[in-house]
Design a protein around this ligand. Structure first.
Ligand code: 13P
Length: 330
């Protein structure tokens, strides 16, 4: 084994013996090491199927804050691993491939955001969870797509607020709350890509279809939606709806759980503008695989680290979000 190479690559680059029953071996390692596997709805189906918990960003942070496992394997992207580490500084937090990233978090460099905050004294800073720990460290309260509206509304109407980094989510929250938050100009490359024309064409083809959209989509897409919500909210809506067909405008990973929970219903991924593929998958987020998960548990590598000074500041707005969410019953 060559750890130095692994450090450079961001994952354990060791071929896994093809004869190994990977799922059994992962479960064995998990038991032996008192580890827990958390998976986001946007991960590959094979990862979602083996996770102890799957959920949206809020649920994963809530579970991380409560777990008594010694090792937490975050099958999500880097910022989710950081959030877990900040909440559980004494635990080992692993992400099978540290390169698993988020274009939205990348659209908000911490130094630039800190300058923006400094240039606007007297503003309360609300940051979406899709940010680095360093951005959270200059934030007053973190939100996810599940609780953003309620947390924004927990501030007085005339509160001066900076909202970052997602301009689409920020615009959406402004539109439903009547606020005029100052927005950072960031976006998720997947959610920006959905094609209005193609969704309209699909609606013409399937007039009975319900359009579900994540609030990171552009406002022109949100206008077409029957329901706007977080991944967990869209899933819940699909499960409880008596409708049979859904056009889903968010990363296509959520379709795995939707289809599992509702095998009789039809889920159509909303097409992106670039129609070389029919769906919309985020290659940055989908780097975790069963092989990398196995190796990561076996070698307890790669580990997520957060500078302790950054972590001390970043934990405050995350805990504040968890406290407000608990009070709101979210
Ligand atoms: P959720 O809050 O639905 O988990 O969304 C997180 C995310 O990363 C969206 O791109």
């Amino acid at each position: 084994m060559n750890r130095e190479e692994w450090v450079n690559k961001g994952f354990v680059d060791e071929p896994v013996d093809k004869s190994i029953d990977l799922k059994a071996a992962i479960n064995e390692l998990k038991k032996e090491k008192n580890a827990v596997i958390l998976g986001h709805y946007y991960q590959k189906g094979e990862i979602q199927d083996i996770a102890d918990y799957i959920g949206d960003s809020l649920a994963l942070a809530q579970i991380a804050a409560k777990t008594d496992a010694d090792i937490l394997v975050m099958c999500g992207v880097h910022f989710m691993g950081e959030t877990a580490k900040v909440l559980c500084p004494d635990k080992k937090v692993l992400v099978p491939d540290l390169n698993a990233g988020c274009s939205l978090a990348d659209s908000c460099p911490a130094d630039k955001f800190a300058e923006f905050v400094k240039a606007h004294p007297g503003y309360t800073v609300i940051s979406y969870v899709n940010t680095t720990a360093a951005v959270k460290a200059v934030t007053d309260v973190v939100v996810t797509s599940t609780n953003a509206k309620q947390i924004v509304e927990s501030f007085p109407k005339d509160e001066k607020i900076i909202f970052g980094p997602d301009r689409n989510l920020g615009n959406y929250i402004n539109s439903i709350t009547g606020r005029e938050m100052l927005l950072w100009d960031g976006a998720c490359h997947v959610h920006e890509q959905f094609s209005v024309e193609k969704i309209v064409e699909l609606k013409a083809q399937y007039p009975d279809a319900v359009v579900l959209a994540h609030p990171e989509c552009k406002s022109v897409v949100l206008k077409l939606a029957d329901m706007v919500g977080s991944t967990a909210a869209l899933l819940k809506y699909a499960v409880n709806s008596d409708k049979q067909r859904f056009i889903v405008a968010t990363e296509a990973g959520i379709l795995h759980e939707m289809q599992k929970k509702c095998p009789q219903k039809t889920f159509i991924p909303a097409p992106p503008n670039d129609s070389t593929c029919g769906c919309n998958e985020c290659n940055f987020m989908r780097l975790n695989t069963l092989e990398k998960l196995y190796n990561c548990l076996k070698y307890e590598f790669p580990e997520v680290t957060v500078d302790p000074e950054v972590a001390r500041e970043a934990v405050k707005p995350i805990k504040r979000m968890l406290e407000i969410s608990a009070k709101l019953g979210l």
